[in-house]
Design a protein around this ligand. Structure first.
Ligand SMILES: NC(=O)c1ccc[n+]([C@@H]2O[C@H](COP(=O)([O-])OP(=O)(O)OC[C@H]3O[C@@H](n4cnc5c(N)ncnc54)[C@H](O)[C@@H]3O)[C@@H](O)[C@H]2O)c1
Ligand SMILES: O=C(O)CC[C@@H](O)C(=O)O
Length: 630
């Protein structure tokens, strides 16, 4: 006899994602004018019965009376049932099949609807306890077989008792009648199943609360589809990350919490307790102190391009993977840059402000076209080079300066020094990355070297421009205009105040760090960054990771995958493989990726090994992080 527990499952809102009578009501009332009202009544009766407020027998009879049900309706739902399994049940079908001789289904619902699901899961007929519908000779439902104990109050208790189960018995369900099985002493544990619906009274009576079947399997020592219940992996998303990301992470089974604003260091440390994955945009700093205090953190997703606000060194030292979305808002920044160049060159912002104050100032003085002017791009990376293409299409001459060798697009021309660029450009647009060395890249000296009347745009990072020096130059009237989107100090939330020496200056456009804030870009970033985090969590894939060696990995199939992040020091791979061999693990495939400071070994092993065998891998000298996936 196996030590495995007997798992007794409720059916409605547990094995499947629907309540049978509500689903039948949908079918039977389709197109009927009273449908809405009847459906509402049925849902209320279901809820009262499931919460234990109304007796099961009364609720069943009253709901059946409300419906013009036929055999055809029941047949249709029966055909849909397998496709409507609860999500975590659907992904654990193999596990349930392997365990089917110890699975029981008990339900106040109807055998005809349950039978296809039981067959799909391999559960024998005698382990399905359910009501039997009765029909008249025209195929209309007349009620349920009253001789069946499931039709009466306490029917689940009576049915389970009659089975005379031995060994450990575990009840899993969402309703009060499931809790009653445990209260009657017929189950050793009751898991309140809340994936589909959560009922407070049922949760209170439970030994454990499970938001997925993965949690139940894990708690009961059974290997499910996932190595660890994903619902226990906590994801914290800050700064109003797009709902597309929330949906992607939740759909994959992870628990997601969101905050609209950024957090300061202390608040972040507090909030990160127990959090496995952090998502943020550009305003939440992740310092070494934050990283060291984060007890569970395994990955950070920057839902933006820049990662200068995250201590990447500290993250690498702890084996924490950091991802960003390097191209999803590139075009948004470029479009705004083009718009700002035109707006500054024509003095549009000040003219508009004057109009709002009732002043009409029609004049060509100081208004200039882009055509034939020279655009100087500082930082010819993803954004700078895209801007180059669009600016040329508008008739501008493009020169650029970059610290690295970059392919010149179109007729753009590289210039060796920043000073050469400043001396030649009518428009200077900054698109350098946020590295510390770019602090005040444009200060008083650089501003003085710009052509009189030239305009400056900064859409890169706030610390790149000396704002006091720029304010001085603008007040003196030496430059033609400036557009600044990023600031050395930015408010954490939209409720916090903003101040700057640039406020109120003529032909200075100030925008609240919105270069990448378009609906299109935010949705794309949400989807991209979430996909990177999911790739890492689910497969160990580090493609586009900015601080660990990049490894592009397929899904784990037919193997268990061991992910080992370590300091890049001699002998780690040899020690790891020795440990694997001594633990009796058979290697099916292995990759090693390293960068200057970190190594990442991905090993797919045969699934046949002792549970404790992996512990030794954590003790290999140099180990920063170890995780197993299956
Ligand atoms: N305003 C916004 O909302 C917004 C949106 C997206 C990106 N950004 C910022 O825009 C900047 C550019 O983004 P990207 O995707 O093009 O980055 P990128 O890494 O592709 O390009 C940056 C380029 O700057 C060069 N560079 C760095 N320092 C330099 C220096 N001192 N002189 C000359 N060249 C230098 C690099 O070699 C690189 O080619 C980043 O700072 C990013 O954070 C801002
Ligand atoms: O959306 C943001 O918070 C900033 C976006 C931008 O600065 C980036 O680095 O992508």
């Amino acid at each position: 006899m196996s030590d495995a527990p007997t798992l007794i499952f409720d059916f409605d809102s547990t094995l499947v994602g629907f309540e049978t009578l509500e689903a039948l009501a949908e079918l039977a009332l389709e197109g009927a004018p009273e449908a809405g009202a009847v459906r509402g009544e049925i849902a209320a009766l279901t809820d009262q019965a499931m919460s234990g407020v109304l007796s099961f027998d009364q609720a069943l009879t009253r709901r059946l009376t409300l419906l013009p049900l036929t055999r055809d309706h029941v047949q249709v739902l029966a055909e849909q049932a397998v496709a409507r399994l609860a999500p975590s049940v659907a992904r654990n079908v193999e596990t349930l099949r392997a365990h089917a001789e110890r699975v029981v289904i008990v339900s106040g619902g109807f055998r005809e609807v349950i039978a296809p699901v039981a067959r799909h899961l391999g559960v024998p007929d005698e382990q399905v306890l359910a009501n039997d519908l009765t029909y008249d000779d025209k195929g209309r439902v007349t009620g349920v077989d009253r001789a069946n104990p499931l039709s009466a109050d306490g029917g689940k208790v009576t049915g389970i008792r009659a089975l005379g189960l031995s060994g450990t018995v575990v009840m899993i369900g969402d309703g009060w009648t499931d809790a009653e099985v445990r209260l009657a002493g017929l189950a050793d544990r009751f898991h309140a199943f809340c994936e589909v619906v959560r009922r407070p009274r049922v949760v209170e009576a439970a030994d454990a609360v499970a938001v997925s079947l993965d949690e139940v399997l894990h708690a009961e020592g059974l290997s499910g589809r996932w190595s660890y219940p994903r619902s226990r992996i906590k994801v914290l998303l800050l700064e109003s990350v797009h709902p597309a990301a929330v949906a992607a992470l939740e759909d994959a089974g992870y628990s997601v919490e969101c905050e609209t604003g950024a957090l300061d260091e202390d608040a972040l440390i507090e909030r990160l307790k127990g959090v496995h994955v952090l998502g943020l945009r550009s305003k939440t700093g992740v310092s070494e102190r934050v990283i060291d205090a984060a007890d569970r953190l395994m990955a950070v997703g920057a839902f933006c391009i820049g990662t200068n606000h995250i201590d990447l060194e500290a993250a690498s030292r702890r084996g924490i993977a950091v991802f960003n979305a390097p191209y999803s808002n590139t075009r948004s920044v470029v479009e705004l840059a083009i718009g700002l160049v035109i707006t500054l060159m024509r003095g549009v912002a000040d003219r508009s402000a004057a109009m709002h104050e009732g002043r009409w100032n029609k004049s060509a003085r100081g208004s200039r076209e882009l055509r034939g002017k020279t655009l100087g791009i500082v930082g010819y990376g993803a954004i700078g080079s895209q801007l180059s293409v669009l600016a040329e299409a508008l008739g501008m001459r493009v020169i650029y300066h970059d610290l690295s060798e970059r392919l010149a697009l179109g007729n753009a021309r590289p210039v060796i020094t920043l000073d050469d660029l400043l001396a030649e450009a009518d428009v200077v647009s900054l698109h350098v990355d946020g590295r510390a060395g770019n602090h005040r890249l444009i200060g008083a000296g650089e501003l003085a070297r710009m052509k009189p009347g030239a305009v400056l745009i900064n859409l890169s990072r706030g610390h790149v421009v000396d704002i006091d020096a720029l304010a001085e130059v603008m007040r003196a009237g030496r430059l033609g205009g400036a557009a600044i989107d990023v600031f050395p100090e930015e408010p954490r939330t939209n409720q916090d105040p903003f101040d700057s020496p640039l406020r109120g200056l003529a032909n200075v456009i100030l925008t609240p760090h919105v270069g990448g804030s378009t609906e299109e870009a935010q949705e794309a970033i949400g989807a991209f960054a979430a996909s990177r985090l999911l790739g890492y969590l689910n497969r160990g894939d580090t493609t586009f990771c900015v601080n660990l060696p990049n490894a592009q990995l397929s899904d784990v199939q037919g193997a268990h995958r061991l992910l080992h992040i370590h300091q890049n020091q001699p002998g780690v791979l040899a020690a790891l493989n020795l440990a694997l061999s001594e633990a009796g693990l058979n290697i099916l495939g292995q990759h090693l990726k390293t960068d200057g400071r970190t190594g990442y070994v991905i090993t797919d092993v045969d699934r046949d090994y002792q549970a404790g065998a992996l512990d030794v891998l954590k003790t290999v000298p140099g180990t920063l992080r170890f995780r197993a996936l299956y």
